[in-house]
Design a protein around this ligand. Structure first.
Ligand code: SAH
Length: 350
């Protein structure tokens, strides 16, 4: 059974070394295997030709390589965005988006199959939660989205903004970040990683203790508890006061300001009053700094009834309130690059 084997692609170099040692093999074998997977991107023991046939067989008995399979690959005609639908070993589907920016190439990866958080505007919420992704399944999304591109076009930034709530899969996400940034592996600095959360307060506090250089993004979408309760059920558990207090603590402990995401929804949260409320709430969070808000015109998801608000106009309102705001460029419109839509179509057409 695969389940009883060890998920080797989720192991850090020192963990792999301990496993290889336990098999009675020399230490350098662990280095070779790690290099084959993470540098050469070989995901089949029988293709690791520097290992003897006998050792390949032993590895096969003890470990499995949990690399997601690319089921669909959609390349945009309007920009260089590529969207991937991955099929996992249990048949579940997840999505990844590869986005090309002036300063590099960013992968937007999923952290769970489905999500428990139930945000009203989200394409994944109505489909419910299936399971957490393993570190290998997160890393595999990046390796898959690198495949076929030359070395210099490899992914240089990662955002945890695909399907799922990363702080609801805390331990696996942390292990994934360690793997992604370890020098023997992908060696990607966590300065180029952003983790987005809907506001799971205790886990924000826990993350602050880790002192990682990543960017924490909080999905705000509303500046009063009444509005936020209606859009995001998580707010009933962790209301705005507690959430923003945790953001302040994150800043004090890590020295890094949290950024805020705000999906602009016509008539819901794009009014002058909403801008004023946001200003009042956000300004005290990081004393001496202007808060930064990323505005995203909401992606209309079937069944939600929400329409995109005018992000540029709302940006001006926020500037008047002393808040810096940028309007997120929409990429890959023609390939449903917006999160969750491809998986949803796939599930609903089955
Ligand atoms: N669970 C995490 C990360 C995944 S969602 C979080 O909530 O932050 C990534 C971002 O996309 C979040 O800011 C989320 O609120 C936003 N989002 C979800 N559905 C959207 C939609 N239909 N239109 C615009 N943004 C959306």
């Amino acid at each position: 059974m695969e389940q009883q084997k060890i998920d080797i692609l989720s192991l850090l170099p020192e963990q792999l070394e301990a496993e290889i040692k336990a098999m009675g093999a020399p230490k350098f074998r662990a280095k070779q295997i790690f290099r084959q997977m993470h540098e050469k991107r070989v995901f089949d023991f029988t293709k690791m030709t520097e290992l003897s046939k006998q050792f390949q067989c032993e590895l096969n008995e003890r470990f499995y390589i949990n690399m997601p399979n690319i089921e669909k690959r959609l390349a945009s005609d309007v920009d260089d965005t590529v969207k991937y639908l991955y099929r996992l070993s249990d048949g579940s589907c997840i999505e990844t988006v590869r986005m090309v920016y002036r300063h590099g190439i960013t992968a937007c990866i999923s952290t769970q199959v489905g999500c428990k958080m139930g945000c009203r505007f989200c394409a994944s919420a109505p489909l419910g939660f299936v399971r957490n992704l393993t570190p290998a399944e997160m890393l595999g999304q990046i390796y898959g989205a690198d495949a076929g591109f030359p070395e210099e076009e490899r992914i240089s930034g990662v955002v945890l903004m695909g399907i799922g709530e990363p702080l609801d899969n805390y331990d696996n996400v942390m292990q994934f970040l360690r793997l992604l940034s370890c020098k023997e592996g992908r060696n990607l600095s966590l300065r180029h990683v952003a983790l987005s959360t809907c506001g799971v307060v205790p886990q924000i506090r826990r993350l602050a203790e880790e002192q990682l250089p990543l960017t924490l993004s909080v999905s705000l979408h509303a500046a009063t508890d009444e509005k936020r309760d209606a859009l995001m059920p998580v707010n009933r558990r962790y209301p705005l006061d507690e959430l923003l207090e945790a953001c302040g603590e994150y800043f004090r402990k890590t020295g890094r300001r949290v950024t805020f995401e705000y999906a602009v929804i016509a008539g819901e949260n794009d009014t002058p009053e909403a801008a004023k409320e946001l200003g009042k709430r956000l300004k005290p969070v990081f004393p001496n700094y202007r808060p930064h808000v990323n505005l995203i015109p909401v992606n209309p998801v079937a069944g939600t009834g929400f329409r995109a608000g005018r992000a540029a106009a709302f940006r001006k309102l926020l500037e008047q309130e002393g808040i810096n705001a940028t309007v997120r460029r929409t990429l890959g419109d023609d390939i449903k690059a917006a999160c969750g839509q491809l998986r949803r179509d796939t599930i609903e057409s089955n």
